[in-house]
Design a protein around this ligand. Structure first.
Ligand code: ATP
Ligand code: MG
Ligand code: MG
Ligand code: MG
Length: 564
């Protein structure tokens, strides 16, 4: 490919709207362009990177027995009503009408559609297990789309769904997918960690997230230096060392002290109860405060508690909750959970309640409260005390470290969450109808592109891991428009390397060398070869690794060895 013919609109200045390095560099390097909030066009260079991610994902999915399908983006409301998520999902679900005034939504995920597909086609245990996947555009009307590809409204996801008769079969597919994810992120050249995760709004049993480690990550993950313990601690963010203070919440979102019903609290905070996933009672300056936590947006515990500006803050104990609420602390299941959950009424009150899974706080030991989930209650009791360096809750001999992560993948054991609601059964060996058990597995394909940049850049631009680079080799023809020798040699090298199987970008533009070098550095190709009258006179090529600073003179054969 010749740069003179490539639609690669690079920018000298950093666009003001771009906060994150990946957003800045992807705009500046001419990889993407913004259409509207959270909506981006992939330019040729960016699309090449996206396709590389897709290819690796596809290869590893196929390799572990998943079969590719492609489902519609537009989904009928009826399916979401059947699963109960038409009500539950909240404003992230973009709802639309067709000309007959029928309701549809743009798919943020495909559990309903795939369950509907398979319940029509799969009737016998003999047809199980089955694992289908797609690489497809998703739409989520994110409350705050930001950081370019990182949190778009329209984005590309790989989503897979597996169906089983028995839990053991689900477990083994889950393990296989976990292994495939490990291979995918390793092949992509990313420094990542798999962490235990909350099953959150989707509901379900076992779940792991894959995080690319980067200081700009929105999530905080905690891990043990000694054993394999690693968990997502979204709520630990504000306790990371040296972090700038969080911006204050808008006044209407500041939690109000005092115990009241969830509905009353939600009304005061001007948020919809449909979006509340959890509640938690904390003691702020020894006064009880009910916090409402929404699925995955900003009103998380840390921001809310920061906004309280209390001098002391901790989770309320069971006794305190009982005293504040005047009722025993207990458990309310998801089915019988009324929207307007009166924490003071005759239901058993709760300190922490997962609205979607109905997790029982007593059983789970705070397990569904992100922060402190797997930590002993004692450690979680003082929200401000948990820091890196604490003893590991699993092995006790190691200490905890905290790093920032970008969630790029998520695997879930859903169990019967959708198959039950949507009545997907098969006949088992004895001819009985049995509800199937399922898993789902996502990768943020477009987010991976941004996450890779967050992890691999320097002050001159992107340092693409080789597996992701839009081209492997960049050839800079110095003064090629004036020197026929340079033009011919650069052209020949380009053709030879392409024939040898490398993706090559030849900078044949009529630009000053400084501009050409800056462009190559900005777009981050792993290898740069300079062809100039000077080096041609010496019968060599001038080579530089994008991560290095030294130029070396190489013959063609030496160059080939270098590129391998
Ligand atoms: P997040 O916590 O970042 O909002 P999520 O947990 O809501 O993500 P999942 O439902 O687990 O996302 O979807 C699977 C994957 O899709 C995520 O692991 C992430 O990599 C990607 N993803 C989710 N939302 C977005 C988005 N708005 N833009 C880009 N990628 C996204
Ligand atoms: Mg998440
Ligand atoms: Mg989300
Ligand atoms: Mg997730």
């Amino acid at each position: 490919m010749r740069a003179s013919q490539l639609f690669m609109p690079t920018l000298k200045e950093t666009p003001a709207e771009a906060e994150l390095v990946s957003h800045q560099l992807l705009l500046r390097g001419g990889f993407i362009r913004r259409l509207a909030s959270g909506l981006y066009t992939w330019l040729p260079l960016g699309l090449r990177v996206l396709r590389k991610v897709e290819r690796i994902v596809r290869e590893e999915m196929d390799r572990c027995g998943a079969q590719e399908v492609l489902m519609p983006v537009v989904q009928p409301a009826e399916l979401w009503q059947e699963s109960g998520r038409w009500e539950q999902y909240g404003p992230e679900l973009l709802r639309i009408h067709d000309r007959h005034d029928r309701e549809f939504c743009l798919g943020p995920t495909h559990e309903e559609v795939v369950t509907d597909l398979l319940r029509r086609e799969i009737h016998s245990y003999r047809q199980l297990p089955i694992n289908v996947y797609q690489i497809q555009t998703k739409f989520r009307d994110e409350i705050r789309p930001r950081f370019g590809l990182m949190r778009g409204r329209e984005f590309v996801m790989k989503d897979a769904y597996s169906f089983h008769l028995e839990a053991a079969s689900l477990e083994s597919t889950y393990e296989a997918m976990f292994a495939a994810y490990t291979r995918i992120f390793t092949r992509l050249g990313l420094d990542f960690r798999a962490v235990e995760a909350d099953t959150g709004a989707i509901g379900g049993k076992r779940s792991h997230e894959f995080h690319v480690l980067a200081d700009s990550g929105e999530d905080a993950i905690v891990f043990c230096h000694h054993c394999d313990y690693a968990a997502n601690l979204e709520l630990a963010q504000s306790r990371l060392p040296d972090e700038a203070p969080e911006a204050p919440l808008p006044a209407e979102q500041v939690p109000t002290p005092g115990i009241r019903s969830v509905a009353a609290q939600a009304e005061m905070l001007k948020i919809s109860t449909a979006r509340i996933v959890k509640t938690v009672l904390v003691m702020a300056d020894e006064k009880p405060v009910l916090l409402l936590l929404r699925g995955d947006d900003e009103l998380n515990l840390v921001k809310a508690t920061n906004a309280l500006a209390a001098k002391s803050l901790r989770l309320a104990s069971q006794e305190e909750t009982e005293e504040a609420c005047g009722v025993p602390v207990g458990f309310i299941g998801p089915k019988d959970l009324p929207r307007d959950l009166p924490i003071l009424a005759d239901h058993h009150a709760l300190t922490v309640q997962n609205f979607s899974t109905g997790a029982n706080v007593a059983d789970l030991h705070w397990i569904n409260l992100h922060w402190g989930r797997d930590l002993p209650l004692a450690a979680a009791a003082d929200l401000r005390s948990v820091r890196a360096g604490e003893p590991c809750p699993r092995c006790a001999s190691g200490t905890l470290g905290i790093r920032r992560g970008i969630e790029v993948g998520h695997v879930f054991q859903l169990g019967e969450r959708y198959s039950k609601a949507m009545n997907m059964t098969v006949l088992d060996e004895t001819g009985r109808d049995r509800t199937v058990t399922t898993g789902c597995y996502g990768i943020g394909v477009s987010r991976v592109v941004a996450a890779a940049v967050e992890q691999h850049f320097d002050d001159r631009g992107i340092l693409w891991p080789r597996a992701l680079a839009p081209f492997t080799v960049g050839i800079v023809a110095i003064n090629g428009r004036k020197s026929p020798d340079v033009a011919a040699a650069a052209e020949l090298l380009h053709n030879q390397l392409e024939a040898a199987g490398y993706a090559v970008l030849l900078d044949d533009r009529d630009e000053r060398p400084g501009v050409q070098f800056a462009t190559m550095d900005l777009i981050g190709l792993p290898h740069r070869v300079v062809v100039s009258d000077k080096v041609l006179a010496q019968g060599v090529f001038e080579y530089r690794d994008r991560r290095g600073t030294d130029n070396v003179h190489l013959s063609y054969e030496e160059l080939l060895t270098q590129l391998k």
